[in-house]
Design a protein. Structure first.
Length: 405
């Protein structure tokens, strides 16, 4: 194994995305992640059908579940639950995003497990937190992270319909927070010898994502007002369109610093002394007029021509508005480490990488996502079960092996 989590044992009882994403990051980082699934499998295995694909792979599921081992257990049975508890007893970390009520019914709630296994780091991901009336309310990220947190509203044009988020956006950012919390708790355990409960929620991750807005409201009593593209107060941080139709974003956040390069790059250095645009305040007052002028200028050249002009100004910051095909062809994407080759048994499959690298302990993906119960026998043998005991457990239905996606 490689990566900073090599040697760390993780048991994941996760469904859909947020819990498995946390376990998936830890697996990428080298942890031995045993994924407990029901005999029918993690419902995220349905993504392949939900997305309408007829190919023999499940890209969303692969992203969050590669490099894991799967054991299929019937947790409603005494035998299956006993195996789960034994796995947890030998683990460093337990990750789950099951609802509090379900965990209580199974006896896998945080209070019981942390008291029983004091060195364990118990990571619980919820929709709305562990306290309050909505603590056990069901949630997906489009509800708790995107809609209820306020993100969708802030991104809705006046009078328009709220935009749809892309799949797993809130789940994956919450998974990053979950993995970070686990890492910090393991570090603390090195000093104290004690594990602890760590938790985060889709709602809290959404609020943090728009923390600029929420914190401004909390401290100043008023929300941030960003305006629309044609009325935004700082035309130096706005999107524009080249003559060929390609869009790009100018990211001149510091108006005093970034206005002169913009004026020069569009061939109008005299605008720097124009009384309409000479200060940040004047540019904000006359932003609609300035944006219209910039639109006219940018329409006169292709994106390729503008790229050459932009390169001549060191303090002119910009980025293309990429579609996914543009992204795959973008040299920055190619060199960013955003892709990883995942061994698939015959060669390798190119996938999206989790977004952290470690110079001293580099990680690498070890395998594609397992089938349901693919490692049931192997994991049971690791627990010391004899072949006869394994056969008896399988025959009794407490565990299942070798299901399919």
């Amino acid at each position: 194994m490689s990566g900073p989590m090599a040697g760390v044992k993780v048991v994941e009882l996760g469904i859909w995305v947020a819990g498995p994403a946390t376990g998936g990051i830890l697996a990428d980082w080298g942890a031995d992640v045993v994924k407990i699934e029901p005999p029918s499998g993690d419902p995220a295995r349905l993504f392949q059908k939900i997305l309408g694909g007829d190919l023999p792979t499940n890209p969303p599921f692969e992203l969050d579940n590669r490099s894991k081992r799967s054991i299929a257990l019937d947790l409603a049975s005494v035998e299956g639950l006993g195996v789960a508890l034994e796995l947890i007893s030998e683990a460093d970390v337990f990750v789950t995003n099951l609802r509090i009520g379900a965990l209580d019914r199974l006896g896998l709630d945080a209070d019981s497990i942390c008291e029983r296994f004091p060195r364990l780091v118990y990571c619980h991901i919820t929709g709305y937190g562990r306290e309050g009336d909505d603590a056990d309310r069901p949630a997906y990220d489009v509800g708790a992270f995107w809609s209820r947190s306020g993100i969708a509203h802030l991104l809705t044009e006046p009078g328009g319909n709220p935009p749809f988020q892309r799949g797993g956006m809130g789940d994956h950012s919450t998974g990053i927070s979950g993995a970070a919390a686990v890492s910090a708790a393991l570090f603390d355990r090195e000093r104290t010898g004690e594990g602890q409960l760590v938790s985060t929620s889709l709602l809290r991750q959404g609020v943090y994502t728009i923390g600029f807005d929420v914190n401004t409201l909390l401290m100043w009593g008023t929300p941030m007002r960003l305006g629309t593209r044609t009325t935004i107060g700082n035309p130096c941080i706005n999107n524009y369109t080249a003559g060929c139709g390609s869009r790009f974003w100018i990211v001149g956040l510091d108006g005093d610093r970034h206005w002169p390069p913009l004026a020069r790059v569009v061939g109008h250095p005299e605008w720097m002394d124009d009384e309409r645009f000479v200060t940040v305040r004047e540019r904000a007052i006359n932003s609609a007029e300035l944006i219209a002028l910039l639109d006219e200028v940018f329409a006169t050249r292709t994106m390729a021509e503008w790229e050459e002009a932009f390169a001549e100004e060191a303090d002119f910051f910009w980025s293309p508005v990429n579609d996914l095909d543009d992204l795959l062809a973008d040299p920055a994407f190619q060199t960013s480490g955003a892709m990883v080759e995942v061994p698939d048994g015959s060669s390798s499959t190119l996938m999206v990488a989790t977004p952290v690298d470690f110079a001293g302990t580099p990680w690498e993906a070890r395998s594609t996502a397992p089938e349901v119960g693919e490692h049931t026998r192997e994991v049971l043998a690791d627990l010391g079960r004899s072949e006869a005991e394994i056969e008896a457990l399988l025959a009794g239905g407490g565990a299942t092996e070798g299901g399919s996606d």
